[in-house]
Ligand binder design. Structure first.
Ligand code: ZN
Length: 410
């Protein structure tokens, strides 16, 4: 398996020569990257090597008597490699529909929604945000009272990171020396990004192009940091790469099933670290004051956000229609505005995100809901199950248990 895994890592690095977003993190042998850069294999050669590797992997299937981690490792490598082949095929011109693409790359398909599915939630928001003008404008005006002023951003983030980190460390043991740095950037299609560097370190970038609302402090600190991407990558490096020597975990191919697990656990991790009541208490006591906001408005703000959160699948729908060519970029932004309550600049930023990352959007909300359903089906100790999930190579389709059900807008 180690030889097959090395061939996989080298192929991921080779694809990275054609697709700047593909290699999200790499901390294996430096000479492998140098060789990939120097060799710059053509896509057709990568495709034929990937086919040969898939055959070799199929022939190395472990016996049914092998232990669970061996089985998981094998299934994961085989499926990650399938996703690599799909991405290479896309890079050579194959056009996939949204659902075909998400199945091929992320091992999951998001449910389809119509306008009517969001009507009830929009009606509830109409009642909560009375006044004239469109609902999205009223929501934007309401939200504008919860912007973190630029000069208070860093203090608010630091307070949020402290809160997320201390809660995480009560339940998950991290190797000594783990840490990350935060940078503020502009001109990106995303709002935050964790660039994992290896050696238990991350660089977290926060995009300040658009106003940052107070809820983003905990969301970003948990999602990008603790117990989200930073912790996920640290545990993969510690448990799978260093302790077991599984070299395939020295590379992270962005357009692969791993991303559904990464984004899904990062988003679900927000709720694990901060269940609603604890979050409201922390926001009121720590973050609203850090951001210079009125703490007495905390509950009101989070009640509205909970409703808007039920519109998240409207974002997938806009992306699906846009990728499938049913609507154009303007139509996608219109959809996001009307059914997802994205302000115009945010809707346009999101369309740019879809241009760059396409069906990746499902990893956030479908990923979260899949991870939540899986973890909650396994008993009451959410932290234990969470730590177990992010320490083992599990595929998205394997999270779907017999009682699996996604939440619907209500
Ligand atoms: Zn993320």
């Amino acid at each position: 398996m180690n030889t097959l895994a090395e061939r996989y890592v080298r192929l991921v690095l080779a694809v990275g020569q054609h697709d700047a977003d593909y290699v999200d993190a790499y901390y294996g042998p430096a000479e492998w990257r140098t060789e990939a850069e120097a060799g710059k294999l053509p896509l057709t050669e990568i495709a034929s090597r990937a086919t040969a590797l898939a055959q070799a992997v199929a022939a190395a299937k472990p016996p049914v008597t092998a232990d669970e981690m061996t089985q998981l490792r094998y299934q994961y490598l085989a499926r990650q490699l399938d996703a690599l082949r799909a991405r290479v095929s896309m890079l050579t011109g194959t056009k996939l529909r949204f659902d075909e693409e998400s199945k091929a790359l992320y091992d999951a398909v998001a449910p389809t929604h119509t306008e009517a599915d969001f009507a009830n939630v929009l009606t509830q928001l109409e009642a909560r945000l009375p006044g004239s003008g469109s609902l999205v404008d009223r929501y934007d005006a309401f939200r504008s009272r919860f912007i973190i002023p630029h000069e208070r951003l860093d203090a608010a983030f630091k307070a949020a990171i402290d809160g997320c980190r201390s809660r995480t460390l009560r339940h998950i043991t991290l190797p000594p020396g783990e840490s990350f740095t935060v940078e503020y950037v502009t001109g990106k299609s995303w709002s935050g990004y964790n660039w994992y560097q290896g050696n238990f370190r991350s660089l977290i970038q926060v995009n300040t192009d658009l106003p940052i609302y107070v809820d983003r402090a905990i969301d970003l600190a948990c999602h990008e940091g603790y117990p989200g991407h930073h912790v996920y990558n640290v545990l993969l490096e510690k448990n799978l790469l260093r302790d077991r020597g599984w070299i395939e975990f020295s590379v992270y191919a962005l357009f692969s099933p791993q991303s559904l697990i990464a984004e899904g656990t990062a988003n679900y991790g927000i709720e694990v670290a901060f269940p609603r009541a604890e979050r409201i208490e922390f926001e009121r006591r720590v973050l609203f004051p850090a951001a210079g906001l009125d703490p007495s408005t905390t509950t009101q703000y989070y009640d509205v956000l909970a409703l808007v959160d039920q519109l998240s699948y409207a974002g997938n729908e806009a992306a699906r229609r846009y990728i499938n060519g049913t609507i154009d970029a303007k139509g996608a932004a219109d959809w996001l505005e009307k059914y997802g309550l994205y302000s115009r600049p945010r809707a346009e930023q999101r369309v740019r995100f879809v241009d760059q990352y396409r069906s990746y959007v499902i990893n956030y909300n479908l990923g979260k809901d899949m991870v939540a359903a899986y973890i909650e089906s396994r008993g009451n100790d959410r932290w234990r199950e969470f730590a177990r999930l992010i320490s083992s190579p599990r595929l998205p389709s394997s999270l779907i248990t017999p009682n699996f059900q996604l939440p619907t807008p209500k």
